[in-house]
Design a protein around this ligand. Structure first.
Ligand SMILES: Cc1cc2nc3c(=O)[nH]c(=O)nc-3n(C[C@H](O)[C@H](O)[C@H](O)COP(=O)(O)OP(=O)(O)OC[C@H]3O[C@@H](n4cnc5c(N)ncnc54)[C@H](O)[C@@H]3O)c2cc1C
Length: 325
């Protein structure tokens, strides 16, 4: 197979995201199976300090430009299109997060390349790339063997990040690109959580509510349990989209990645976009009325029961244990 294996580095606010190392680990396997070299692709405005963190790659292609300072999908796709046209990699692997999720589709459309999104694994079989990807929010898994060159969006968690980390400064190739000084889409600013709001990434105990909580007033039941346990409430995206909890409480690929000691999932189905945000919790307990809900496959313990019935009972138990202690 001709061409290199490329991995787009998701770097954001001066830090390479963990998912980049996960995808680099996968890229290393694809590289070994194809005999192609593994290149990290680093875009940004002042990113040289990040190079030593990318030692798992054989080399790093770096493009620095003021308009690449923030990961604006349209501009990054424009830069990648020039790089891909010029260097013709075999495949470009893009970590799928809320920062990078639009880049692959924009790039593939621009270059008319095959695009396989939501990949949970990629193998090389009979000299062909074979991707396993999730469709319809994880309800269907498809096996796709795209023609190459191809763009593949890779879900977080594809490999342990430690496998993609190496203390070594790789070979660096600086590439200048012709990018607009006044891009059509401009970064305006980040929306920070309100001061004083809970940072769910730092909580040890999270009571998470999904659409199964049914009504906004029922969120108070979860608040009471969280207070009794000494934790905080978070939620799945539909709960946030409906304004029942603030955006800072969303768990998942377009929200926060959390790793608490206890994650109690109430009325959450377990869509991959949610699971990616909480699967590394030390203890996951799921409560759902549907015994076939996918959340049970990531939960350590589960109960098929109505969350609205069980919530006040759990709160009472937690309160009485606190009183005893
Ligand atoms: C690009 C993209 C990004 C996304 N990012 C995120 C993200 O960051 N986070 C996220 O969460 N989602 C995200 N999603 C949405 C995701 O695909 C799912 O739609 C979402 O996670 C489903 O939320 P849910 O589990 O609360 O709702 P549902 O899937 O509707 O599940 C509700 C569950 O509640 C159960 N239930 C109903 N009543 C009760 C009851 N009384 N007691 C107990 N159980 C009950 C049902 O059996 C069901 O399993 C994203 C989607 C896309 C396309």
């Amino acid at each position: 197979m001709a061409g290199e294996i490329w991995v787009l580095v998701e770097q954001w606010r001066g830090r390479v995201s963990d998912v980049t190392y996960e995808v680099l680990a996968l890229g290393r396997e694809v590289s070994a199976a194809t005999g192609a070299s593994l290149q990290a692709v680093l875009l940004g405005s002042d990113v040289k300090d990040l190079l030593p963190t990318l030692g798992a790659a054989d080399g790093v292609l770096v493009t620095e430009h003021p308009t690449l300072g923030e990961p604006v999908s349209e501009i990054w796709a424009l830069a990648l299109a020039q790089l891909v046209e010029r260097h013709q990699p075999l495949v470009l692997l893009i970590p799928q997060t809320n920062v990078t999720m639009e880049i692959g589709s924009l790039l593939a459309t621009r270059l008319r390349l095959p695009f396989v999104n939501f990949c949970r694994d990629i193998q090389v079989t009979d000299k062909r790339l074979v991707a396993r990807c999730l469709l319809y929010g994880g309800k269907v898994e498809a096996t796709v063997a795209p023609q190459t060159p191809a763009v593949l969006g890779v879900l977080p968690g594809v490999r342990p990040q430690e496998q993609g980390r190496a203390e070594r400064t790789p070979t660096v190739t600086a590439i200048s690109l012709d990018l607009p000084a006044e891009p059509p889409v401009r970064f305006k600013g980040y929306t920070e959580p309100p001061p004083g709001d809970v940072d769910i990434t730092r909580e040890n105990i999270l009571v998470a509510v999904g659409r199964g909580i049914q009504r906004p007033e029922n969120v108070a039941l979860a608040e009471e349990l969280a207070a009794a346990l000494g934790g905080a409430v978070c939620g799945s995206r539909p709960v946030i989209d409906q304004g029942w909890l603030p955006p800072s409480r969303q768990v998942g690929t377009s929200g926060m990645i959390v790793k608490p000691q206890l994650y109690l999932a109430l009325g959450i189905s377990g869509a991959p976009e949610h699971v990616q945000g909480m699967k590394d919790a030390a203890l996951i307990i799921a409560i759902n009325t549907d015994p076939r809900a996918p959340i049970f496959s990531v939960a350590h313990y589960g109960a098929v029961v109505d969350a609205l019935e069980v919530l006040p009972v759990l709160t009472e138990i937690a309160r009485s244990r606190r009183r005893v202690a």
